[in-house]
Design a binder for this molecule. Sequence first.
Ligand SMILES: Cc1cc2nc3c(=O)[nH]c(=O)nc-3n(C[C@H](O)[C@H](O)[C@H](O)COP(=O)(O)OP(=O)(O)OC[C@H]3O[C@@H](n4cnc5c(N)ncnc54)[C@H](O)[C@@H]3O)c2cc1C
Length: 211
Amino acid sequence: MSRKTPRTTPSRYANQRADYSDDVIYPILDEALFCTISYAEDNVPFSIPQSFVRIDDHIYLHASVGSHLIRTIADGRPLCISVMLADDIVVAKTAFHHSVNYRSVVVYGKAEIIEDQELKYDAFKALTEKMVPGSWDYLKPMSEKEMAKTTAVRIPLDEASAKTRQGQPSHEEDEMDLPIWTGLIPIKPLRQTPVPDEHGAKIELPEHLKG
Ligand SMILES: Cc1cc2nc3c(=O)[nH]c(=O)nc-3n(C[C@H](O)[C@H](O)[C@H](O)COP(=O)(O)OP(=O)(O)OC[C@H]3O[C@@H](n4cnc5c(N)ncnc54)[C@H](O)[C@@H]3O)c2cc1C
């Protein structure tokens, strides 16, 4: 099955900036911590940000069994999920040519509830390890009660596109010599020094949180 369909084909820069390969889509999904899930209910659009993890050719989402999002999308209605990494603000000589360097993915699909407890457990582990690498074995093990309080769903990456823009700003011929600064303002997110709460303050920072 090809990920490229009429609705995953951008109108603009389709040949230069769009990509459908695992090599481009997977690293974006693995670096981005959050996605936005869009769906319609009674002809009203909803667009909800959430954490996610990719395992093989699926995106996995978790939420409380009471979550409106999960309860609604569990019926297999059409979804659109978008993920983006913004790398730089692109500063040009004109407002018109300002831009953003980005790597993003759009996925169309339907959610499948994960009934298999082993797969559900693995999805929890993958999401936790994505958020806090090295933490799964350090944490109090997940209980069956906690598993039961959570619904996990997965969406296949069967119909998905990546789009990327990287590079310096564009300039018109007659603007080259204008004394206006141009270039990039990097905006990459960073994991900073962990800040303990009152309980964490009594415990030595574990190795996986150092550095
Ligand atoms: C952080 C960020 C900032 C941006 N800022 C702007 C802006 O200010 N102005 C602007 O015009 N564009 C901006 N873009 C690009 C924007 O996301 C669209 O790509 C753009 O509007 C052109 O869409 P289109 O008409 O070619 O595609 P459409 O015809 O709207 O979309 C058709 C299909 O193309 C695919 N597609 C389109 N865009 C993306 C994407 N970004 N990632 C993955 N798949 C995609 C999807 O499968 C979509 O269903 C930004 C993107 C990001 C990630």
